[in-house]
Design a protein. Structure first.
Length: 355
């Protein structure tokens, strides 16, 4: 339903109750973006169709781009994360109730819902033992926070930190003692997105990387000595490495733009995306330095991107196969409805008391 409301421009306040204007308007149920426009003369035009949920499929892609399906299930998936044993897959699923985390059993092809409150719970990250999932949550009823719970749903969620901003889980160190995540500086014009470290199972978050630029998508290396991340410090997104826990220098891994960094489980290669291109960089690490080869194109295809800078894919145990998400084609709107004189419905509404 599309509503309109009168405004008092002198007071910058709402000056009446919402009035229904049109039903069944084509819209994104999560962002609220709707397909309509109107003129000063009171002519409204909109595309019908109601809430449009995108159907996406999970597929496996090898290093040459060959494709095979994972499951026949079609949902609005994003943020796939393979469990350490590669038998399960944590996913965020979006619907008209918000974002929730589900777990896919890849051997039995079952999809089980883990979170139930229809909030904004997304981008789940496995602990190294595969027993728990850490996720960022910002449902309307509570402060945005990082939570964790058993991957089989056998316990209740436990808050790890409450930031009041927008924490997004990145990765857990191989020894399970530290969580790397991104959070926003609450000060407008401040440091933007920064990378923080949170001791597990409890502790206070500490800044890892705070600059005037944005940093996001922190991913621990398999040996725990490095963190890969994305920054826009050059004016475009690029992938970098820094030592953990630091201090130390930084190494730019991508050369012509890149984000969504994921490590090869062997620790000697990093993957990242540059638009529709899947890139790979071979690495050689010494005690405190990294030598990176030139990025190599593996394949190029229009697989879905998720949250900015955070990987919307994962990598198999041998580094030879990628788990990607692909949107299914959906028909474009073929009809536009026109409503004349809808301003008159607003003018008939009596002004609020005291006006």
């Amino acid at each position: 339903m599309l509503f309109a409301v009168r405004l008092d421009l002198s007071r910058l306040e709402v000056a009446g109750p919402p009035v229904p204007v049109a039903e069944d308007v084509n819209l994104n149920p999560l962002s609220g973006a709707a397909q309509f426009s109107f003129s000063r003369a009171g002519v409204l035009v909109y595309a019908p169709g109601g809430a449009q949920t995108v159907a996406r499929s999970l597929i496996r892609v090898d290093r040459k781009g060959a494709v095979r399906p994972v499951t026949e299930t079609r949902r609005a998936f994003f943020g796939p994360r393979l469990s350490p044993d590669r038998r399960r897959l944590a996913l965020t699923v979006e619907d008209d109730k918000g974002f929730n985390v589900w777990v896919q059993d890849l051997e039995r092809d079952t999809l089980t819902r883990l979170t139930l409150d229809g909030g904004q719970e997304r981008l789940a990250v496995w602990t190294p033992d595969g027993r728990r999932l850490v996720l960022g949550s910002s449902p309307a009823r509570r402060t945005p926070s990082l939570l964790w719970r058993a991957a089989d749903g056998s316990d209740d969620e436990k808050s790890l930190t409450a930031s009041g901003r927008r924490p997004i889980a990145g990765s857990v160190s191989p020894d399970g003692t530290v969580m790397a995540f991104t959070d926003q500086d609450p000060i407008p014009g401040g440091t933007g997105n920064d990378i923080w470290l949170l001791p597990l199972p409890e502790g206070e978050p500490q800044p890892y990387l705070r600059t005037p630029f944005d940093e996001a998508g922190p991913m621990f290396s398999p040996d725990g000595r490095w963190i890969a991340y994305t920054s826009n410090e050059t004016g475009r997104e690029e992938v970098y490495l820094r030592p953990f826990p630091g201090p130390g220098g930084k190494w730019q891994i991508s050369t012509e733009g890149g984000s969504e960094a994921v490590w090869n489980p062997n620790g000697r290669e990093i993957f990242f995306r540059n638009g529709d291109k899947m890139m790979a960089v071979s690495l050689a690490a010494s005690e405190d330095r990294i030598r990176a080869e030139k990025p190599v194109l593996l394949f190029e295809a229009p697989y879905d991107h998720g949250l900015p800078w955070y990987p919307n894919y994962d990598v198999g145990a041998d580094g030879r196969e990628f788990l990607m998400i692909r949107s299914e084609p959906r028909p474009a709107p073929t009809q536009l409805n026109v409503v004349l004189g809808w301003f008159s419905a607003l003018r008939r509404q009596p002004p609020p008391p005291g006006r």
